[in-house]
Design a protein around this ligand. Structure first.
Ligand SMILES: Nc1ncnc2c1ncn2[C@@H]1O[C@H](COP(=O)(O)OP(=O)(O)OP(=O)(O)O)[C@@H](O)[C@H]1O
Ligand SMILES: [Mg+2]
Length: 366
């Protein structure tokens, strides 16, 4: 269940608005396999996400006795279709000592609220909800066991308060936030690679989803990341800074253990996201912004400004925005100190060759 929610957390545009309902429904449907299927073999759980179309597909299939036979102990149902239709009603359960008959009914309500799709098959019948519309059941070739397939629209918030469920005690996001609050997020554990945009984007979405639940700044720990692509850093930190805004970014995010080389690149991409390239900068004069001329230097360079207070771990709050009104030439040296904590040995002045050129954002050592 955690893997499923993590998948949604990293790929849904607004994970907080869909995860509680998805978690609830997936939990109920898988629980049913354990409680009612009486299968000799374990059920199968499958999840697939289409991030582009913002769709999530979930399938839970077992090879058990099927819904009709399971319900037979308490309810007489003529056909498989009737049995499925009954099971989808609230309060229908094979045994009130075991359940309340809420799982499938709640799942159905969630899918309707979400305008998604639901297929439930068992025996020789399949019940369907398509785009939130109840289509009833049809006969299909008989199959062993029970299958439930859910298609969620990740772009449509599902408010459980609009269903009889009212809320959920499951709290994946809350638990993730608690863990992040305690230990921070280790970048090396969160991404498969620091060389591409996709893993950075998924981590950024996770961060955005967790931040509202955090009281203290979120620690993003770069320990073990000895190199990172500009595109990765831009997608993770540059866009995060742009989405949060400069001051919120510095207040809510604390970068730790970023090595100076990575910090230098990070500073460049963050500054560029926040301020763009300054008009009339040396970089622009040299033609870097002209599509008809190749950039003379591969990437903007940056001057990491070391600070006296970088030695200790218990430092004061980072300074707030430092408004800098500058002439174009000065703009190239602008610094925006971030909420960064690094080991003292990493807070060395940058080599002289990096102290020129471009708009810069300084990762502040604390
Ligand atoms: N995978 C399954 N295999 C066999 N029967 C099932 C399966 N899933 C559901 N059923 C039948 O459908 C009934 C209704 O399921 P539902 O999840 O709505 O309620 P419940 O599991 O009985 O109670 P609750 O979900 O509130 O704990 C079950 O009691 C069971 O008889
Ligand atoms: Mg159930």
């Amino acid at each position: 269940m955690n893997s499923l929610c993590d998948l949604v957390l990293r790929h849904a545009a607004e994970p907080r608005s869909v995860i509680p309902a998805i978690e609830w429904a997936a939990n109920e449907v898988t629980d049913n396999v354990e409680l009612h299927a009486s299968a000799a073999t374990p059920g199968v759980f499958f999840a697939r996400i289409d991030a582009q179309r913002q769709r999530l597909e979930l399938a839970v299939v077992d090879q058990g006795i099927g819904i009709r036979q399971s319900l037979a102990s308490s309810i007489t149902t003529g056909s498989d279709g009737e049995a499925i239709a009954k099971a989808l009603q609230r309060g229908v359960t094979r045994d009130p000592k075991v359940g309340q008959g809420n799982g499938l009914a709640g799942t159905r309500e969630i899918v309707v609220e979400n305008r998604g799709d639901l297929h439930v098959w068992s025996g020789n019948a399949m019940f369907r909800i398509l785009a939130g519309q109840d289509k009833g059941y049809v006969e299909v070739p008989g199959a062993l066991g029970t299958g439930v397939v859910l298609n969620f629209r990740l772009d449509r918030p599902i408010d459980l308060r609009n269903t009889f469920i009212a809320g959920t005690a499951l709290d994946f996001i809350g638990k993730q936030a608690e863990a992040a609050e305690t230990a921070g997020l280790m970048v090396r554990d969160e991404v498969v690679s620091a060389r591409a945009r996709a893993p950075a984007a998924s981590l950024r979405r996770k961060i955005m989803a967790l931040l509202p639940d955090l009281d203290s700044p979120l620690i993003i720990d770069f320990a073990g990341i000895n190199g990172a692509a500009s595109s990765f850093l831009d997608e993770l930190l540059g866009r995060l800074a742009a989405e949060l805004g400069e001051s919120t970014f510095r207040r809510r995010v604390e970068i730790r253990n970023m090595n100076p080389l990575v910090a230098r690149t990070a500073n460049v991409v963050i500054a560029q996201r926040l301020h763009g390239l300054p008009e009339g900068s040396e970089y622009q004069r040299r033609g870097a912004n002209r599509p008809d001329r190749p950039c003379p230097t591969a990437l903007p360079s940056f001057s990491l400004a070391p600070r006296r207070e970088c030695a200790g771990p218990d430092q004061r709050e980072p300074s707030r925005t430092r408004p800098v009104r500058r002439k174009p030439a000065q703009l190239m040296r602008a610094e925006i100190p971030l909420h960064v904590r690094q080991p003292a040995h990493q807070c060395q002045p940058p080599p002289a060759r990096h102290r020129r050129h471009l708009p810069a954002i300084a990762l502040r050592c604390r």
